[in-house]
Design a protein around this ligand. Structure first.
Ligand code: NDP
Length: 316
């Protein structure tokens, strides 16, 4: 039988192209998406072969929806060989925070807490896989890392002492560090959490389960809908800037192929690492393991974030 991969946020951008690449390479793809109608349409539009995928509803902002997704997936009776945590929101122009159904700030709730719960629940399924090895991949980004050129533009991510999480992350708290609401920083913070989660999953479970946990930076995919909430002029100029000035531009198709490669290619069997193709795109450039930011490689941070996240998603 075909191997099965779940991809969150497969209705757009990187996730959609990854779904396509994996379906074309013989995998059975579960597209875990919040908008079923849209997902049905775009899957056809990009030419995913019928019979190569199934769409199951998930709203990562809602913890109940994540739990329901897991029940729905188990009900179809397939093994799970890889999980790709890709969905994300980025809302740079927000003046006031939005809240998840549980009352958490929406960016961190969607990008981090929803995926944190999903990963924890689906470990059971991945453990039963006969794939060698099963994989759990979380999308990262260069903007998590102020030590790199692409991550230097302020505001910088900073989880601080995790006060916002420790205090329960509901009103009046909006940021993980407990400070003033800053939507761009909320996105970057959430991506630092994604990497810390990947590293802590590795530390806790790689040896005992054989599951490979890793992250990747697919390159700057400046055309995706991730930037839909930005100024229209930014949406127009950003791809041009990345193409002609920084040289960081990566097409949606190539970014999806990179995700698929990390899932299927035996060259990506190392666990606990963050893959990158660099921020300047060279022809035939190969992937390499890149050092993550100092906050994202802080083991104490990872453990504390894990414990607080467990409480926030109701695992403890
Ligand atoms: P898109 O906005 O194109 O895609 C995001 C996907 O996430 C969409 O399918 C969207 O669904 C889905 N999504 C958003 N919120 C939810 C939710 N609550 N529940 C379920 N699904 C949801 O962004 P990209 O493809 O650019 O980004 C994908 C990943 O790649 C992200 O993790 C991002 O951080 C990462 N990345 C992107 C880079 C880039 O330059 N674009 C660079 C580095 C990393 P819907 O279609 O319904 O909106």
């Amino acid at each position: 039988p075909k191997s099965t991969v779940i991809i969150t946020g497969a209705s757009s951008g990187v996730g959609l192209q990854a779904a396509k690449a994996l379906a074309l390479s013989g995998w059975y793809v579960i597209m875990a998406c919040r908008d079923l109608e849209k997902t049905r349409r775009v899957a056809k539009e990009v030419g995913m072969p019928s019979g190569s995928y199934m769409i199951i509803h998930i709203d990562l902002a809602s913890l109940e929806s994540v739990r329901q997704f897991v029940r729905d997936f188990r009900a179809i009776g397939r093994s799970l060989d890889a999980l790709v945590c890709n969905a994300a929101i980025y809302m740079p122009l927000l003046k006031e925070p939005l809240r998840s159904p549980e009352g958490y700030e929406l960016t961190v709730a969607t990008n981090h807490l929803g995926h944190f719960l999903l990963c924890n629940l689906m470990l059971e399924d991945l453990k039963k896989s006969s794939a060698s090895p099963p994989k759990l991949v979380i999308l990262g980004t260069v903007t998590h890392n102020p030590d790199e050129l692409g991550g230097k533009i302020p505001p910088r991510p900073d989880l601080g002492d995790l006060k916002g999480f420790a205090e329960g992350f509901k009103e009046p708290y909006t940021m993980i560090d407990g400070k003033k609401f800053e939507p761009v920083k909320a996105y970057k913070d959430s991506k630092v959490c994604n990497i810390l989660t990947m590293r802590e999953l590795h530390r806790r479970y790689h040896e005992s389960t054989g599951i490979v946990f890793n992250s990747l930076y697919p390159g700057c995919v400046a055309t995706t809908a991730l930037f839909r909430n930005h100024y229209p002029l930014f949406q127009k100029l950003f791809p041009l800037f990345q193409k002609h000035i920084t040289g960081g531009f990566v097409s949606e198709e190539l970014s999806g192929q990179r995700v698929a490669q990390v899932v299927t290619d035996p060259a990506f069997a190392q666990s606990g690492v963050y893959w990158s193709w660099g921020n300047r795109q060279k022809k035939n450039g190969n992937a390499f393991v890149q050092k993550v930011s100092s906050q994202a490689r802080d083991d104490e941070n990872a453990e504390r974030l894990w414990e607080l996240s467990e409480q926030l998603v109701g695992l403890k």
